[in-house]
Design a binder for this molecule. Structure first.
Ligand SMILES: NC(=O)c1ccc[n+]([C@@H]2O[C@H](COP(=O)([O-])OP(=O)(O)OC[C@H]3O[C@@H](n4cnc5c(N)ncnc54)[C@H](O)[C@@H]3O)[C@@H](O)[C@H]2O)c1
Length: 316
């Protein structure tokens, strides 16, 4: 029997590539990304290129032939994973205005096509929509930070995309992701764990901002992939929002730094820094963030602990 087809936007990125690697046995995988397939620094699928079809295109600037190609592909697509976005505190902080405008352009081009073809779409939203909260539940009231700080545009964009998906009547599951991490996640985008580990290995230093009192709950990428596998093969999540994260792994950033020191680089020094030594005034730190995963646990319970997550970076 022919395999069904899935499309993954942002499919050469950290999470999209993890889905591709785990799904090509079951599905024909088509990947859309804006980076060169030959660039091994950003292509996490170089060893898997025989297992998927790649189309290089920027979803914010689609040509007529890109649109025609995608329209045609969507007529026979079983699942559409929409993961392409500017990601990471550092990347957003570099040019917050561009990421806000680009997300809008992507939505205006893509969502009407998904609506026309009634393509089931898995949209990667974010825990940032909850602002500064713990035990975040999918149906709770939301409040993000001040609009004077452009970094909140990322959360606002994701939330707007959630509303647009519903307004265009795109069949969907919206996944709100809480600090999914693991090997292959880039340190350059400012993701906390890969950055700590890179600094510990290369500079013998681990930098901690705002005294490290902030809390995060980390989820291993394998638990993320298994969550997705369970979600898309269940009937429970049609036109639903679901958190993906691991509430068991809630930890303060200072404790995390001590764990990285102990498990990766015992001689590294922990250095406390002011947040704005690293990030501009268009960015601000989030102090609390952890998921309520009651909904996810109906089909899957993430189980990989924080020590194992840290150790998974050891040989990178
Ligand atoms: N990793 C997490 O914990 C986390 C948390 C919250 C939300 N998310 C969301 O999950 C998705 C995937 O995140 P990731 O960690 O894999 O990020 P990533 O940066 O590793 O991957 C994103 C990919 O999207 C591509 N891309 C960006 N803009 C594009 C465009 N206009 N057209 C085509 N391709 C484009 C990039 O080239 C990149 O390969 C993102 O939408 C992100 O907002 C991730």
């Amino acid at each position: 029997m022919d395999k069904k087809k899935i499309i993954i936007t942002g499919g050469l990125g950290f999470l999209g590539s993890a889905i591709a690697k785990n799904f090509f046995h079951k599905y024909d995988v088509v990947i859309i990304d804006k980076v060169e397939q030959t660039d091994s620094k950003v292509n996490r699928l170089t060893e898997y290129s025989d297992h998927f079809f790649y189309r290089k295109m920027d979803l914010a600037e689609m040509s007529t032939s890109d649109i025609e190609w995608l329209e045609d592909e969507l007529t026979s697509t079983h699942l559409f994973f929409h993961f392409a976005a500017a990601v990471g505190v550092k990347s957003i902080d570099k040019d917050p205005k561009a990421s806000i405008i680009k997300e809008y352009q992507v939505n205006m081009a893509l969502l009407p096509m998904l609506a026309k073809n009634k393509t089931r779409t898995i949209f990667a939203s974010t825990s940032e929509v909850y602002g500064n909260k713990e035990d975040c539940k999918e149906d709770q009231e939301l409040s993000i930070g001040t609009p004077d700080i452009l970094r909140w545009g990322y959360a606002c964009n994701k939330l707007m995309t959630e509303f647009l998906i519903r307004s265009y009547d795109v069949p969907h599951t919206i996944i709100r992701l809480f600090n999914v991490t693991g090997k292959n996640q880039s340190a350059s985008q400012g993701m906390v764990l890969p950055k700590m580990i890179q600094d510990a290995k290369e500079k013998n230093r681990i930098y901690v901002y705002n005294q490290g009192k902030q809390t995060r709950a980390f989820c291993h990428v394998d638990d993320f992939v298994n969550s997705i596998d369970s979600i898309v093969h269940s009937d429970l999540f049609h036109n639903q929002i679901v958190n993906i994260g691991n509430d068991e792994n809630k930890i303060s950033i200072l404790e995390l730094a001590y764990k990285v020191k102990e498990l990766i680089s015992p001689n590294a020094e922990i250095e406390l820094k002011d947040y704005h030594e690293e990030y501009s005034n268009e960015s601000e730190d989030i102090f609390k963030r952890s998921p309520d995963t009651t909904k996810l646990k109906q089909v899957y319970t993430p189980s990989i602990g924080i020590d194992e997550i840290i150790l998974s970076f050891k040989d990178e």
